[in-house]
Design a protein around this ligand. Structure first.
Ligand code: ME8
Length: 654
């Protein structure tokens, strides 16, 4: 008998963006929770996928000279490749351009239309093109209007009677199902929204403006609003309305989302379901954001930051540190619900401390001692002299399963990992106190004591490897193999929990170091090569034709003379200076990676050249608006300054 069921979903991701750390986190979290539930006897279905309709996709395909479908095929494949790299095993990858999905969306809308919950209405108001949402007057910004991101729209559309069900949802969340939205802060956010007056939801777009969508079943001149289309994936993917698969899984649905999409999931989706007579998913968990220097990680931020501060894509980090280690960091570091700031240095510190020093070191020490002193065989009970602390640690190892189970089922895998790593630390302390490496040389009793100590460590390591497998599948399979427990790829199941491993006489083959220590200095140098000042280009011929730019492209750069008014070091950043500069009348701040070459006082008064129209970026939490130019040769760096220092700041450089 299964312990229970879990139907776990991630958001379906837009196909106009590369998967980045944020998408990777949600999907890894879903994978880890799915694996823990399976390990503890649950039946699990895990679905992820891509959100393929809407204006953004249409625009981005157009900009790249592709058809929307080509764009979707290319990007959904990128997500699949990323998930395969990150050891993610899902049961279903849904794409909203699949015919079954389209039919389901139409069936649900037809039902709502037939029962009078959808009506036609002319609406005039502001529309946010990038979020694909109508917005209220108070959300309109000058910048948005000027950039064309916010436009005024007057059009006839179909609306869903959201307001009719507002009070019902407030009661559902507040009184009847207080656990529905987690964590509590997000639940309160939705309740706050429900206390305000609610507009009905515009659920269509005229084809004359947007054709890339699912046709409204009752009016061929309209397509479905992409959010309504997207949300329905959670039920179309398991065969709503008639499939037995749907009734089997739906009551145990858990949606994992980022807090950015709480409103559609915590507000629109429950009401759409309820109105259509479908029960609600069991839970919604909205996690926080990965941020860098306080800014949400996203494609645009990454681009802006990369222009000045070195930022590597999570794929590059995984290539240096290993996929398992990155999965470990993501799960260990973030408390679901809270935002988490990170930097590459933080990742390295965490991996070196937990994985290289604590776990990796323990594995090497123990397997080496068994090889050198016990002919790679696990000592028999009769050859061991027990000690109370060792016995206590064996008992604790046996209790770890329950602890990890509680945390994982409670959707707090970070606490599960924490408990496991704390246990590893106690094993290390035990080994250091017991000193098996000295005892083996201290006669029969010493050797028997060392034997027991190593058996304790081996048993503990086995348990840790099994319980950490959901977090680092390939790495823990390698660890189990090094302990002599052969296991197929993804072949872990509950039977491994029940086993008392290793038995006496098991051969412990050992293996290559699992988590070699990462040399931060070497990584830092590698990152610096991508640094604010562009890496050195080979001298000589000016590249091939593909590297040439047109005069128009060059004119897009707004290069200006700027005067440095103030300069100071950025705390805890050896390479950065914070500068206040004047460009004509305007005073602004930039952060530049020149601190190793110029003291702050040397900078003041200098006339420098800056790229003035670079998008703003946050570097170590400091705003930087522009980038200075400098020439670099090997370890030397010189600012581009002006021969004639009397040229006024603000002058254009061309
Ligand atoms: O919103 N930190 O897709 P999307 C943590 N298609 N998680 C992050 C993150 C960050 N900095 N950035 C993104 C959409 N995410 C819609 C969803 S669902 C019916 C439709 C994660 O490609 C997080 O899970 O913009 C967030 O909710 C999701 O990516 C948004 O992905």
């Amino acid at each position: 008998m299964a312990e229970g069921r879990l139907y776990i979903t991630t958001p379906i991701y837009y196909v106009n963006d590369q998967p980045h750390i944020g998408h990777t986190y949600t999907t890894v979290l879903a994978d880890v929770l799915a694996r823990y539930h399976r390990l503890f006897g649950y039946e699990v279905k895990f679905m992820t996928g891509t959100d393929e309709h809407g204006q953004k996709v249409q625009q981005s395909a157009l900009a790249r000279g592709l058809s929307p479908q080509q764009q979707c095929d290319e990007y959904s494949q990128r997500f699949k490749e990323m998930w395969s790299l990150f050891e993610i095993v899902y049961d279903r990858f849904i794409r909203t351009t699949e015919e079954d999905h389209k039919r389901t969306v139409q069936a649900l809308l037809q039902k709502l239309y037939d029962q009078g919950d959808i009506f036609k209405h002319t609406y005039t108001g502001w529309y946010n093109v990038s979020d694909e949402m109508f917005i209220s007057e108070s959300d309109v910004t000058e910048e948005g209007k000027q950039s064309g991101r916010i436009i005024q729209v007057s059009e006839e559309n179909y609306f869903f009677r959201l307001s009719k069900y507002q009070d019902w949802l407030a009661r559902y969340i507040n009184e009847e199902n207080p656990d529905f939205i987690q964590p509590e802060s997000r639940r309160n956010e939705v309740l706050g929204l429900l206390r305000q007056p609610v507009n009905d939801l515009c659920i269509s777009r005229p084809k004359s403006r947007l054709s890339w969508g699912i046709e409204m079943p009752f009016d061929p001149d309209y397509v479905t609003y992409v959010w309504v289309d997207a949300l329905i994936n959670y039920i179309s993917g398991i065969g709503w309305p008639d499939s037995p698969e749907f009734s089997y899984w739906w009551p145990d649905a858990l949606h994992l989302i980022g807090k950015d999409i709480l409103k559609p999931h915590g507000f629109f989706w429950p009401i759409l379901l309820h109105a259509a007579g479908v029960g609600l998913p069991k839970k919604l968990l909205a996690h926080g954001w990965w941020t860098r220097g306080g800014q949400k990680e996203a494609k645009t931020v990454t681009k802006a930051l990369a222009a000045q501060a070195p930022v590597r894509h999570i794929r590059e980090m995984a290539a240096d540190y290993g996929v398992g280690s990155i999965r470990y960091f993501l799960i260990r570091e973030m408390t679901p619900g809270m935002d988490q700031d990170y930097s590459e240095e933080m990742i390295v510190t965490r991996l070196n401390s937990d994985l290289a020093n604590d776990l990796g070191n323990l594995v090497s020490r123990v397997t080496k001692l068994v090889r050198q002193n016990f002919n790679s065989q696990v000592p028999a009970e009769k050859d061991c002299e027990t000690d109370p602390r060792g016995q206590e640690l064996i008992a604790l190892a046996n209790g770890l399963s329950d602890q990890v189970r509680t945390h994982a089922i409670d959707l707090k895998p970070n606490l599960a990992v924490d408990a496991l790593i704390r246990y590893v630390r106690s094993l290390n302390v035990y080994l250091t106190e017991c000193e098996p490496w000295s005892r083996v040389k201290q006669g029969d009793l010493g050797k028997r004591q060392a034997a027991f100590c190593l058996v304790v460590a081996l048993k503990g390591l086995y348990r840790v490897a099994v319980l950490l497998h959901p977090v680092m599948p390939r790495k823990m399979e390698a660890l189990l193999a090094s302990l002599g427990c052969s296991i197929e790829k993804d072949g872990l199941n509950g039977q491994f929990l029940a086993r008392d491993f290793p038995e006496a006489g098991t051969t412990v083959p050992g293996g290559d170091p699992l988590f070699p220590r990462i040399d931060w200095k070497a990584i830092e140098q590698k990152i610096q090569a991508l640094s604010p000042i562009a890496p050195e280009q080979p001298k000589g011929k000016a590249g091939n034709d593909a590297s040439l730019i047109s005069i128009d492209q060059f004119r897009q750069l707004d290069l200006r003379v700027a005067e440095v008014l103030e300069a100071e070091k950025v705390p805890k950043a050896d390479k950065l200076l914070k500068l206040k500069i004047r460009i004509g009348e305007e005073v602004r701040q930039i952060v530049a990676g020149v601190a190793e070459f110029y003291r702050p006082e040397e900078m003041i008064g200098k006339k420098i050249i800056v790229v003035a129209n670079l998008e703003p970026a946050a570097i170590r939490g400091l705003e930087s608006r522009g980038m200075l130019l400098a020439a670099r040769e090997g370890n030397q760096l010189t600012l581009l300054t002006l021969e004639n220092q009397s040229i006024a700041s603000g002058s254009k450089v061309s």
